[in-house]
Design a protein around this ligand. Structure first.
Ligand code: ATP
Length: 327
């Protein structure tokens, strides 16, 4: 830690405390995330290393993508603590929305969603599930571009060593996909695209779409908003641990989503409703969403997003998992 001068605390959550800091060697402002337990004497060292390595490896796999916060280094210090050093970006989309207090126009929401979906597409291509996408974990840089952060819940899935079952209580409640609320442990990257659908709705409405107070209240809100028939018709539904819940037996009106976003264009609604499809197998993946007319027909209008160029640069860097890690 001696290389970093700690400035103010910028966030604290389940997996650690994040500080704004100055790198004494370069003068650069960085974000330092000290993993929970690190340096405070009561942690299990092996668990800490595992968490650190997983978060660092997922971040490192995505390094170079313009919509993912950049990992600069990962360290264990002499006291057995562990911390990640990242580029400092801020504020978060959550803060921006709180301060702004009104919805984003559709064209702005499209530009922001294009960036988030491209970041998600890239991480999913690498087999990384983020599992905690929400406005607090999306940062806005000085150019108004977005970067996904907090890979504390992330893990490698398809294509990596891991196969289901996965942990089910992942993703902050308001952004948690219906299959997770129903206890699924065999989910895929579409838990992230559900969360992105919730973020898109929040950008367009200026307020959270599904602010549940408990898991069951959340599920109730999901079904009351997008309907439940789709989910209960899903062949995988009866295998879900909570399929027998009385909430799933209740009859529900069809989706209200269209009436909630009356001024959204048909192309915009196509993406929103595709991301918020209750049935995971009918939900858009990030790559599919980016191919919908809302994005493709607006290619020139959003020409400030050079996705192909970024994609090329990004691909070239994939694979160097260890070079930023100084554990
Ligand atoms: N590189 C960064 N630059 C600026 N702010 C950051 C950076 N990384 C994280 N933050 C801020 O700090 C907050 C907490 O960090 P992080 O989410 O990684 O910790 P956490 O313990 O996993 O939190 P949570 O449990 O809430 O998900 C983030 O929501 C974000 O707003």
């Amino acid at each position: 830690m001696e290389h970093y001068e700690r400035l103010e605390k910028i966030g604290e959550g389940a997996s650690g405390v994040v500080y704004k800091a100055r790198d004494r060697r370069t003068g650069a402002t960085v974000a330092v995330k000290r993993l929970r337990g690190g340096g405070f004497g009561d942690h299990d060292g092996s668990r800490l290393s595992e968490d650190l390595l997983r978060e660092a490896a997922c971040l490192e796999a995505c390094r170079g993508h313009p919509s993912v916060v950049e990992l600069r280094a990962a360290h264990r210090d002499g006291a057995g603590g562990a911390f990640l050093v990242m580029e400092y970006v801020g504020p978060s989309v959550a803060q921006v929305m709180r301060e702004r207090g009104r919805p984003f126009p559709e064209a702005d929401a499209r530009r922001l969603m294009r960036q988030l979906l491209d970041g998600a597409r890239a991480m999913h291509d690498l087999g990384v599930l983020h599992r905690d996408l929400k406005p607090d974990n999306v940062l806005v840089d000085a150019h108004g571009d977005l970067k996904i952060c907090d890979f504390g819940m992330s893990r490698f899935a398809a294509g990596g060593a891991a196969t289901p079952p996965y942990t089910s209580p992942v993703v902050t409640l308001w952004y948690r996909a219906p299959e997770l609320l129903l206890g699924s442990t065999e989910y895929d990257a579409r838990v992230d695209t559900w969360a992105l659908g919730c973020i898109m709705a929040e950008l367009l409405a200026g307020a959270p779409l599904l602010p549940g107070r408990s898991e069951m209240d959340q599920l109730n809100r999901v079904f009351d908003t997008v309907g439940a028939d789709d989910m209960t018709d899903w062949p995988g539904f009866c295998r879900l641990p909570r399929a027998g819940s009385p909430l799933c037996q209740r009859s529900r009106p069809p989706s209200r989503l269209r009436e909630m976003f009356p001024s959204l264009s048909a192309a915009g609604f196509d993406v929103l409703s595709g991301l918020l499809a209750c049935r995971p197998d009918r939900r858009l993946t990030a790559a599919e969403a980016l191919r919908r007319p809302w994005f493709t027909d607006a290619e020139s209008a959003d020409a400030d997003q050079p996705l192909n160029a970024c994609g090329g640069r990004f691909t070239a860097r994939v694979g160097g998992v260890a070079d930023a890690i100084v554990v």
